[in-house]
Design a protein around this ligand. Structure first.
Ligand code: NAD
Ligand code: TYD
Length: 347
């Protein structure tokens, strides 16, 4: 039995769908980013227990530990969008920092009472981001697990704080923790506030494709199910207290990512007139915009035998096809509150 937090979000729901043969208690507050329809195929699956609630609700979290006696917790729940963290940072401190603290406390009390193999096998896996390491210049080596933390946005600062808490619970209490720091994910069920689904959504609605600043910021991109496989691998084989960097070996400038999407759409769903790239529009840059992220995932490969299966080309083709075939899902999530966010952010 796994306790998964944030399992109705983008990565969490991909993880839960991929682990459907396991017993899962899925705790999710269903914020704007959480979507129960992602889990529609598990509706009649007795192994999946969905609980609508917050990781900040101490008594609920304690109760879930006592009731379901999970062998591990996989912690995805977070506020995850950098632009929102610039506008409403408090939400990020509450969920990412205090929520993680609440989970750690509950796990510590629960684990403290376990005995024998149950105690030995328990794991707290904390899902984090490469953004905690800050920004690289073009010639810097990629982030390693030993790279000093230098978060630059309220989002990355809150994730960095949560990583530090997880580390402290290992060193102080011996809680059996694992931390993963992953690069930018893309794939099915990603909310269209993030670059790739936003560009797809705008392109298909003949709207401008907004590029922040000069579009030369570099991210490493990983197809979401590769991230989920990496998490399952760390859960199974990771060494207690260790940190694992996860990445796709796909460093690309934003403008190149957008051109790649446009070319795929030109092939799969041509516009009536012109190419999708005609919609590209440069807009005001994000404040404090990190220039480059890059991940050295050699520890995952050498110690745990994990490497990504998808290249950027294969993963992007699957992603574009998924969005083209799931327009009802996209319509469902681009409701009133979505439109308010887009108007506030881009107008
Ligand atoms: P997401 O925003 O799509 O989903 C977050 C989920 O958490 C939603 O279902 C939301 O309802 C839930 N949630 C938010 N606050 C909650 C609370 N207080 N209690 C319970 N549930 C709550 O995020 P994502 O992109 O799937 O990211 C998942 C995790 O992976 C995050 O911790 C994020 O920092 C990390 N991560 C994301 C990426 C990426 O590219 N998306 C990359 C590396 C790491
Ligand atoms: P995003 O998907 O928000 O992920 P993150 O900020 O966590 O890396 O953004 C990815 C990159 O794309 C980032 O450099 C910001 C840029 N970007 C744009 O240029 N335009 C947009 O409309 C968005 C949402 C992002």
């Amino acid at each position: 039995m796994l306790l998964v937090t944030g399992g109705a979000g983008f990565i969490g729901s991909n993880f839960v769908l991929g682990q459907a043969e396991r017993g899962i208690v899925n705790l999710d507050a269903l914020t704007y980013a959480g979507n129960p329809t992602n889990l529609e195929t598990l509706k009649n699956q007795s192994l999946h227990h969905f609980v609508h609630g917050s990781i900040n609700d101490e008594s609920l979290v304690n109760q879930l530990f006592e009731q379901h006696k999970p062998s591990a917790i996989v912690h995805f729940a977070a506020e995850s969008h950098v632009d929102r963290s610039i506008k409403t940072p408090r939400d990020f401190m509450e969920t990412n920092v205090l929520g993680t603290f609440t989970l750690l406390e509950a796990a510590r009390h629960y684990w403290g009472k376990l005995e024998g193999a149950e105690k030995q096998n328990f794991r707290f896996l904390h899902v984090s981001t490469d953004e905690v390491y800050g920004s690289l210049s073009p010639s810097d080596p990629a982030f390693r697990e030993t790279t000093p933390y230098a978060p630059n946005s309220p989002y990355s600062a809150s994730k960095a704080a949560s990583d530090h808490l997880v580390r402290a619970y290992f060193h102080t209490y011996g809680l059996p923790v694992l931390t993963t720091n992953c690069s930018n994910n893309y794939g099915p069920y990603q909310f269209p506030e993030k670059l790739i689904p936003l560009i797809l959504h705008n392109a298909l609605n003949d709207k401008p494709l907004p590029i922040y600043g000069d579009g030369q910021q570099v991210r490493d991109w990983l197809y979401v199910t590769d991230h989920c496989d990496a998490i399952a691998t760390v859960l199974e084989k990771g060494e207690l207290g260790e940190v694992y960097n996860i990445g796709g070996n796909n460093e690309l400038a934003n403008i190149d990512v957008v051109h790649h999407i446009c070319a795929l759409l030109d092939e799969l769903r041509p516009r009536a007139t012109g190419n999708y790239a005609d919609l590209i529009t440069y807009v005001t840059d994000r404040p404090g915009h990190d220039r480059r992220y890059a991940i050295d995932a050699s520890k995952m490969k050498n110690q745990l035998g994990w490497s990504p299966r998808e290249t950027f080309e294969t993963g992007m083709r699957k992603t574009v096809e998924w969005y083209l075939n799931n327009s009802a899902w996209v319509e469902g999530v681009t409701s009133g509150t979505y439109r308010e966010w887009i108007e506030g952010q881009y107008d």
